[in-house]
Design a protein around this ligand. Sequence first.
Ligand code: ZN
Length: 254
Amino acid sequence: MIIPDYISPIVGYRVWRWKATGLQSLNGVPWLPGRPLVAGCGPPAGGTIVGRADAVHGADELPHSDCTCGVYAAKNLEHLRQIGYAQRGIHGEVYLWGTVVEHKLGWRAQFAYPKNLFLPPDAIPFKLSEIDARLKTLIAFGADIFILGDHVSIRFWTNDSGFDAAGVDYLLKTRQEYYIHRQRERTLKKGDRVAVLGQGIAVVEHTDDQEALVVLGKKLALRIALKDIVLNQQYMRWECEANNARGNNALRKP
Ligand SMILES: [Zn+2]
């Protein structure tokens, strides 16, 4: 049991850094799955944003009402936004218990543990294979995980049933849109490489708004319509079918 049975924890709201090793407070204190973060006092105290070197209280009085120690949490997401923390990492609800001191920015608590986690899409690794590894560090907490969409949160992982189809679909869709956008936005430049399938890698010599002139090997010049050059998403390279490449003798002249 992480939270004792007889406790009714307060639920606050806070931000974390999501590192490859897992969750951290913004000041670098690691949060560990399966055990509460326990407040400390004085620098470098666990869980405190600001600690005092000259502690005004004993170790059994954490957090103290006259001190700044304790695990911090805002009262809600709006509050977190007001103090400028909402953009600084992943955020979510957090259970607070033990001694909990209320202050103008929210709470300082003796014990804390994540209740759920909300991931901004740009905090999620781009490659699906990396997502799996990184997500394990969050799943270990047993907290439900959501993706922050444009206007709503999408369920991504629940402790009871694992990955949620809605979250996975959303992620795949946004990744797909990114690729398409990137493909449209990107323009071929001189020096870029294009794989002419079955022929080899060509280098772009010149482009206009309709087609590219590429050189395959040392001297075979080819013209390819830009619409026939596509970005291969798996290999992250430009490609075209060989039968879309037309010979161009002009370039062979000195
Ligand atoms: Zn203190």
